[in-house]
Ligand binder design. Structure first.
Ligand code: TXD
Length: 319
């Protein structure tokens, strides 16, 4: 069986980490595209030179030519500019909207059968732009945010309770922004819901509330520390988990930005919800029951996404 082909559009911090992880996990041959000359070539050569040490045979190549993504099975898009300190994800709308539109057209031309994972911010809008411009079915265009946001939540919870990160499951819904919805009720340690753990004294309500807020601010916390860019190791790991679920038909249940068609009472927007990812792409949107307070937070998040899409449409029409 021929190796799968993974195209990475954007060879910056996340792109480089994606290439290394794809190599280490032997997901397939990797091609990295960027508009900057030399960077994708240099990073891919560096990673290829780690292959004899790490023991993988996949090819890793860099390019400035879109033709090289031809026939890719998976495309992961990080192209654009990242957030600088003090800048909101929404400030990125205009610049990254144009970039993602160009990438969408290239995918339509060179690899229209690919499964496309968008990472570029503002995520919920960029993944929508990608779907529109690529013309791919919504089941094959998905956004990465929830896996990362949930991983942050899981890490903070594991640290606070002194348990393995592996035994903490957590749900984060909604848009990837300040209105994201960490769902305490559906988050557990080895199946025990967090509210029960508060009753048992494993964690105080105050500490839990602080962790929920830290999760919401997780991206900004890293931007504040790095000062010259945003998080990249965990975002890359999250997107690779989604790609792996598609390539190996694992059917993982992962929180992703998926296009809703009536689920959760929303139509036509990309919002963070649990989905099943398998060989068919987004095979199913998982609907969970939300209580009144959760529904209110979710709706607020959805209207924030809707507001950004309206702005994006205005920018596209040039008004
Ligand atoms: O949860 C999430 N979705 C995110 C999103 C978590 C963290 C970071 N998130 C966003 O990912 C971030 O706000 C950025 O929009 C993207 C990529 O982040 P990264 O840290 O990798 O940014 P870099 O290092 O600046 O890399 C971006 C690359 C860089 O090499 C540019 O030269 C390239 O994108 N670039 C382009 N490539 C192709 N085509 C065009 N037009 C282009 N413009 C810039």
């Amino acid at each position: 069986m021929a190796r799968k082909k993974i195209a990475l559009v954007g060879a910056g911090n996340i792109g480089g980490t994606l290439a290394l992880l794809a190599g280490l996990k032997q997901l397939g041959d990797v091609v990295m595209f960027d508009i900057v000359e030399g960077v994708p070539q240099g990073k891919s050569l560096d990673i290829a030179e780690s292959a004899p040490i790490e023991g993988f045979d996949a090819t890793v190549a860099g390019t400035n030519n879109y033709a090289a993504i031809k026939g890719a099975d998976v495309v992961i898009v990080t192209a654009g500019i990242p957030r600088k300190p003090g800048m909101s994800r929404d400030d990125l709308l205009g610049i990254n909207g144009k970039v993602v539109a160009t990438v969408g057209k290239a995918i339509k031309k060179h690899c229209p059968k690919a499964f496309v994972i968008v990472i570029t911010n503002p995520l919920d809008v960029m993944v929508w732009v990608m779907r529109e411009e690529s013309g791919l079915p919504a089941s094959r265009v998905v956004g990465m945010a929830g896996v990362l946001d949930s991983a942050r939540f899981r890490y903070f919870l594991a640290e606070a309770m002194g348990v393995s990160v592996e035994d903490v499951t957590a749900f984060v819904l909604g848009g990837h922004g300040d209105t994201m919805v960490p769902l305490v009720r559906y988050s557990t340690v080895a199946g025990i819901p967090l509210p029960d753990l508060v009753k048992k004294g494993w964690i105080t309500q105050e500490k839990l509330d602080a962790i929920v807020q830290r999760t919401r601010d997780g991206g900004a916390e890293i931007v504040g520390l790095l000062k010259t860019g945003s998080a990249f190791y965990a975002p890359a790991a999250a997107a690779i988990q989604m790609a792996e679920s598609y390539l190996l038909d694992k059917k993982r249940v992962l929180p992703c930005a998926a296009q809703l068609n009536g689920e959760y009472g929303v139509t036509g927007l990309y919002v963070g919800v649990p989905v099943i990812i398998g060989a068919g792409g987004v095979e199913r949107v998982v609907e969970i029951d939300l209580n009144k307070a959760e529904k209110a937070m979710f709706d607020k998040s959805v209207s924030a996404v809707r507001g950004l899409i309206d702005e994006m449409r205005k920018i596209q029409r040039g008004v």
